[in-house]
Design a protein around this ligand. Structure first.
Ligand SMILES: C[S@@+](CC[C@H](N)C(=O)[O-])C[C@H]1O[C@@H](n2cnc3c(N)ncnc32)[C@H](O)[C@@H]1O
Length: 309
């Protein structure tokens, strides 16, 4: 598993980095302005893409613990700068959540993980984070929406089959929350006493991103065939046409993800203006909606993508 997953993670890392919400990253950085060092737990870390993105945004020094069940991926993780101390631990997080990995953490984070986990697991993580008093940043959670151009008549059906496949998957955490994971996470952290904010982090893949588009589309077709073998006769020709658009340099793909930040009222004392204004916005209504205007350009483009989808 390690090698092919490692190639996929390397292929997607630049798109992930471009997609992430800078507004929510700033919120988290703001919480820890006075901390020396910041102690961070990265769940399902893979080769450390989340570490490489966040290290430059958080105050130095940092102490990271990267946890993943795949030792091959963990072996590739490396500290991006000298101010960062990085440890790794090979662990199946679906089997156990040892309290000591959470103890003393300022921040618990993950990227591209939540759609793989179950609602029950999200509840357990929220309780562990609450227990240790950690703030939270979960980046790049797929929310079930995507858009391809030029359009093909079967695009919606294949996307729905792919979403069904996600909900029917079990990566060791119980049945995956899939496209609803962001909603479940927000609810779990609110129930644990957190304030929650959310912002879009969509991939907008230009025709030049041929390799990433190809892998993505082939993955969608494979998932769709697996969940609905009786639709194989529709999916095969769809795949051929989609890949022909990619090869002809005319394919654009948008995949909608969301980033989520959660913090405790206690954290607000550490922070400056960004968190205080977020907190005010998150007060009377759902924090998920309230925070979107912070990153207004992305919020607008996501709404357009959703309308088109
Ligand atoms: C989509 S990858 C994301 C990796 C990394 N966070 C990134 O953004 O590049 C999901 C990661 O979760 C890990 N994973 C999946 N199930 C797991 C489990 N039960 N326990 C621990 N890690 C798991 C995989 O090995 C993989 O590295």
């Amino acid at each position: 598993m390690g090698d092919s997953l490692s190639s996929w993670l390397a292929l997607r890392e630049p798109a992930d980095s471009r997609a992430r919400s800078t507004a929510l990253t700033r919120v988290v950085a703001d919480l820890f302005r006075e901390h020396r060092p910041v102690r961070i737990l990265d769940l399902g870390s893979g080769t450390g893409s989340n570490l490489r993105y966040l290290a430059g945004h958080l105050p130095m020094a940092q102490r990271w613990l990267l946890v993943d069940r795949d030792p091959v991926l963990l072996a590739e993780a490396a500290a991006p700068t000298t101010g960062c101390l990085v440890e790794t631990r090979c662990l199946d997080l679906g089997e156990s959540l040892p309290p000591e990995i959470f103890a003393g953490r300022d921040l618990v984070t993950a990227s591209a993980l939540l759609d793989l986990v179950s609602p029950e697991w999200l509840g357990a993580i929220a309780r562990e984070c609450r227990e240790s008093g950690a703030a939270v940043l979960f980046a790049l959670t797929y929310n079930g929406r995507s858009q391809c151009t030029p359009e093909e008549p079967e695009d919606d059906e294949v996307r729905e089959l792919m979403n069904r496949h996600q909900r029917a998957s079990n990566h060791g955490f119980g049945l995956a929350a899939g496209p609803e994971a962001g909603e479940y996470a927000a609810q779990s952290f609110r129930e644990a006493g957190y304030r929650v904010g959310c912002a879009p982090s969509e991939w907008v893949l230009a025709p030049e991103a041929r390799e990433l588009q190809r892998e993505l589309i082939e993955g969608w077709a494979e998932a769709a065939r697996e969940i609905a073998p009786d639709r194989a006769a529709i999916i095969g020709p769809w795949l051929e046409r989609r890949l022909a658009h990619v090869e002809a340099n005319r394919s654009r793909v948008t995949v909608c993800h969301e980033d989520l930040v959660a913090w405790l009222p206690d954290h607000e004392g550490n922070s400056r203006e960004t968190v205080r204004s977020l907190s005010a916005a998150a007060g009377p209504v759902s924090g998920r909606e309230a925070i979107q205007p912070l990153d207004d350009h992305r919020a607008v483009s996501t709404r357009q993508a959703i309308r088109r989808a």
